[in-house]
Design a protein around this ligand. Sequence first.
Ligand code: EPZ
Length: 430
Amino acid sequence: MNDKFIIKGLAGKKTLNGKIKVNGSKNAILPLMASCVLFKDGLKMKNIPNLEDVKRMSELLNFLGFQTHFKNDSFDIDMSKDIKSILPEDISKRMRASIIMIGPMLGRLKQVSFLHPGGCVIGARPIDIFIKGFQKMGATLSEKNGFYTLSAKNGLRGAEIFFNLQSVTATESFIMAAVLAKGKTVLKNCAMEPEIVDLVTFLKSCGAKIKGEGTPTIEIIGGKMLSSGKKVYKAIPDRIETGSFLLLGLLACDNLEITNCNPVDIESLTTPLLDAGFKFQIHKDKIVIKDNSKIQNSKLNTFNIKTHEHPGFPTDLQAPATVLLTQLKGEAHVHETIFEGRLNYTEDLVKMGANINMWDANRVTVKGPNSLRGKELWGPDIRAGLAFILAAIVAKGQSIINNVYYIDRGYERIEERLSSIGVDIKRVSD
Ligand code: EPZ
């Protein structure tokens, strides 16, 4: 739990070379694992990375009564007859995504109890959308000793629900609840992330009646349990890993091939990078960076970032991209519109030598280029942790990054994969 990374920086040189394969998407896999509650039979999944969050979700399913088997990149979940209706406190506290379980559990068990979920410290992370929406589907809410209980003794009924914010996990949780609700559910102002489309594609292949995925309005005709049959779910590539490795490539690689990815999912990042003057080839399932050391980042014009729900600029790439902005020429504005706590990491980049001004919890200005110096850092969340790795690689001298558990939540064996392209990174366990 107290591992740290020790990284020797390249002082702005672009000397890394090699290939990195993108893993299956954490944020597609977690809702897919949660969907096992909807099935009469088990679930078989592949292209599943060995991430801390996948392990937590597996432990959560075991706690509920499901048998899970993780071998290489395959993950099987055996059906369970009697399932507990309470989410375990310790896992819920460590992983916000546990909230996805509420919908399918309420739909199947007619009752679910849970603590306010934890996870990354990137803002308040309220759950009002979940509570109000499930009440519209016929559930009643009670609270005792900090535990919420939603119950619908006659089962959930279809409803028309307008989400006051586009929430990824709320969209996923309600889609799954509606699969077992009686009648038709219409969800409006839905999130449109590729992970939601991937979840629905698999559920439809197993008998769910859903349409509109990837658009703001999704209709579900509910009623019966699903059957996976012999189908095996293959996780889509992780678009946040893809963007993170592209940024690493442009910051510190001469040649880098990013394989097994879906570049179309990160057009909101590749477009401003190409406009800024970076050179890389985009193929159907890979991105190729070549002779990048010929490009001086300090000569390229910077660009503004405004995070937005998909297909806009992903909030999960805001921190890694801001590290690149510290190396480009000019003044860039970064506006984090999704989470109020997601710019705090910039204070540490300033300690490393970046020129960043914070105007309020949602806005900073980055002036570049500025060289960075190695420092000891404490990663506050998954994505800021990755951003610190990028900053440490760019910096002059040695950096120590603590709280590696957060990085392991979202990036499998990251130090091995970075070492394979020439990064001087070591994991040290306390
Ligand atoms: C998902 O989180 C992702 N997690 C996050 O990735 C990602 O940053 C986020 O979507 C935004 O893209 C998973 O998919 C497992 P939201 P989620 O509900 O669904 C507010 C990572 O690093 N809100 O879309 O929890 C909320 O406060 C993680 O992989 C309410 O107000 O995020 C936020 O401001 C971090 N009330 C906004 O909605 C609610 O009831 C969007 O959050 C629910 C959410």
